[in-house]
Design a protein around this ligand. Sequence first.
Ligand SMILES: [Mg+2]
Length: 501
Amino acid sequence: MVPLLDPSPLPEAARALIADLVAPSVPRHQQVFVNRNLRLGGIEAIGFDMDYTIAEYTPAMETLQVRMTLERLIATAGYPKAVLERPYDPAFAIRGLVIDKQLGNILKADAHRHISRGLHGFRQLPKEERRALYRTERVSMRSDRYALVDTAFAVPETWLFAHLVDLEDSRRRPRRDPARYRRIYDDIRVAIDTIHADETLKTVIRADIGTYIRRDPALADALLRVQGETKRLFLLTNSLGNYTEAVMRHLLDGLRQDRPSWRDYFAAVVVGARKPSFFSSTDHTVALDDAFRPTKKRVRAFERGTLYQGGHRAEFEQLLGAHGDRILYVGDHIYGDILRSKTHSAWRTLMIVPELEAELARFDDAADAVRRRDALDARRRTLDAELHRHEELATELEARGHTQAACEAAVHVREHVVALREALRSTLAEIFTLNETLYAGFNPHFGMLFKAHDEHSLIGEQIEDYACLYTSRVANLVHVSPVQYFRAPRDLLPHELTHEP
Ligand SMILES: [Mg+2]
């Protein structure tokens, strides 16, 4: 038992003092979860990505992105106006899916690259078809055939792909072009890249920023709380200067009187960082002038209030005066922010996973069903082992069937085997029904973000492998002490388990 603090013997004033200072327990959906131990007291600088990390986009952003991409496809790639007729479904896709560009399929893979669910366009792939296609084909993320849906930006693209594959299939064409799905994928990518590159999308967002980016009043306090007395904060984003200025102003300006400008929060601000190549390139950092134009002045140290552009990790550390595992970087992109900083540097990582909030709420709603399923899983393992043991015993007895005693024993054991089989069958049926109920609350096509049936999903595995910490949003840091010790649960391999869970 953990001894609990009991203030009851104290006078009232002393009790009130303690009650004031003891934080209420943090709700689960706002907690920071730990994969690897991290002592926040030893961190000297905390950096933030901007888009989808410190800046949380509203669902209106996805609808805008889809509409602008379709309009671009009509204007420049010869798609018919009819593509605009189907309304966008924001609940269609999740992060972590795999797009098979060759066959027009959208797949959910587990950590072993086994495909557990799939759609062709909007059509569910029946189990047999899915198995026939992917049982012998290992989904390799290195292959150009597959694309991973790994950013929040890519989620609406997945719906677009399904929509256009569906439309393509519905057209009657005498001869089908074998590369048609891949072309759809490439067309979508080009359209999206151009609406980003020519700033069409960002111009619309900037004109009406409150519609597209959520302003969270808790953000300012969260940044200052986690910074404590000794740490410095920095912003490191791929977005360019003018857009960063507009977004950050919207998020932070005016939240606190002692920090009138968003720039007051950060010891360094680097825009146009070109992550992930930032972690391995050798480009130099340049300072920007007030009109966000690069200046020729050599950068010798970061100055508060100035915006910088580009550069690379080693130079950045030197200019900041903080190095390696003394830096904690907070980002939402598993590859650009988390994986590359992990593989090319010693930076510690905190991943923002907004989906956690809704997933945890659903898990809490289904807590009884989860417990029941865990108990049934344990029962299934025991039944499996018992069945196997008694089948062997029956076979052994039957082999000695020339005596009366062996015959009687064999018949008796066989009857027991039948009973075990029946118990196993009904347990599996109950697990199946419970799973259906459990999954029904999550994405109807692809289920949970972190799990694919009993395994980690591909993205669940990546988060576990590369993110030291993860949480649903930056504002949750308001609950974190600047000297907190994040301790990971002890990881056990199956042989280290001392008893059946
Ligand atoms: Mg981002």
